[in-house]
Design a protein. Structure first.
Length: 368
């Protein structure tokens, strides 16, 4: 059991009773008194991807995250999240209409969050994203937690728990006594941490995936309603369709200085992974011209071909990719050469195109 955990956390609510007036003092002024009946219970919050300027995320920096319902203030506590591919942000419990409004600054010092911390791919802070930087001289510094917690396979937002929670195959919440609690130590890259039998009271339980922005939009809107910061009914859970499958936050530019493929070893397990948002534009173009979709499933099949082509068995490798994330779990001995091969391949569009031609000629079925 992990004992030495010291976090400054806001106590989670234990019931669904209305919040009091003090808890709703931030952001109430912007709310429209009513919405059409046709919009009651539907999802109104979406990220507004129209930032006129971009910037590199910086630890300690505050931003306004623009949505269709207003601005949600957030703070970056680390730029080393997810093996350096993402920024860890704290979404503060406020909603404002005026970007110059600073009434929410006390929430930063108190670490009063709207939803648990989330990991945002660094490229989403560039021009055309939802983030607007607040001048450093005018704001307090963010306060990171010592440790960040999530349940294993916690993909979905639970309105009852105000947390990201795993589900069973029957689409029911996994009972708390059956959940595995993981923690990651702040600002470690590769991430360091482990599992623990019990988390501190009031812990914010994050999602354990990178991306999943549609679920984050739902969580944000539900939490805004939960805390009384909007006066609309609690939203219904979004349903995914084919157009939503990739679930990424597109921006106008790619993260050119961010490596695509990462190799990490944690607790004796080696993982090779890539975030689709950081794929070079040239590689995206080659893949799309070949008639494929540049997602995690495509990379799964490409990796299988490369391994077979070099005579390496896939029996000991777990293919755990999703649309927005490529992820293989295995041994360093097996994945290190593949990491180097993929890195070289995606740095050379002509070689990538030639490899795809050879793979298709060999009968590879890209199930993307």
């Amino acid at each position: 059991m992990h004992h030495e955990v010291s976090l400054r956390l806001t106590r989670a609510k234990e019931d669904m009773s209305p919040v009091n007036e003090k808890e709703t003092e931030y952001g109430k002024d912007w709310i429209e008194n009513s919405y059409p009946d046709s919009q009651r219970g539907v999802n109104l919050l979406k990220f507004s991807l129209d930032s006129p300027k971009g910037s590199r995320p910086k630890a300690g920096q505050l931003y306004l995250m623009k949505t269709t319902l207003g601005y949600i203030p957030v703070g970056v506590t680390s730029t080393e999240a997810f093996f350096g591919a993402a920024a860890m942000i704290h979404p503060y419990r406020a909603l404002i209409s005026d970007p110059s409004d600073t009434s929410w600054f006390p929430l930063v010092e108190k670490n009063e969050l709207l939803i648990p911390p989330i990991q945002i791919v660094k490229s989403d802070f560039r021009k055309g994203g939802p983030f607007q930087r607040i001048p450093e001289k005018s704001h307090p510094n963010t306060i990171p937690f010592d440790n960040y917690f999530h349940y294993t396979l916690a993909t979905f937002w639970s309105p009852e728990e105000q947390a990201f929670v795993p589900v069973t195959r029957e689409n029911e919440w996994v009972p708390k006594e059956r959940r595995i609690i993981n923690y990651t130590i702040h600002d470690t890259n590769p991430p360091q941490g482990g599992t623990t039998d019990k988390a501190p009271e009031g812990t914010y339980f994050m999602t354990d995936v990178l991306g999943s922005y549609r679920e984050i939009e739902y969580a944000l809107e539900d939490a805004l309603a939960y805390y009384g910061l909007i006066d609309t009914p609690r939203p219904t859970h979004p349903s995914l369709n084919e157009d939503q499958e990739h679930d990424t936050m597109p921006t106008n530019t790619q993260q050119e200085d961010q490596p695509l493929f990462h190799l990490a070893e944690l607790d004796g397990v080696t993982t090779l992974f890539a975030v689709m948002d950081t794929m070079p534009r040239e590689a995206v173009g080659v893949i799309e011209q070949a008639g494929h979709t540049p997602n995690g499933y495509f990379l799964d099949d490409l990796a299988r071909y490369l391994l077979r082509h070099t005579g390496v068995s896939t029996d000991g490798i777990e293919f755990d990719s999703e649309a927005g994330m490529f992820s293989l779990i295995g041994t360093t001995e097996t994945l290190q050469p593949l990491h180097e091969q993929l890195t070289d391949l995606f740095a050379n569009p002509a070689e990538l195109q030639e490899t795809l031609n050879h793979a298709e000629a060999a009968g590879t079925d890209f199930n993307d």
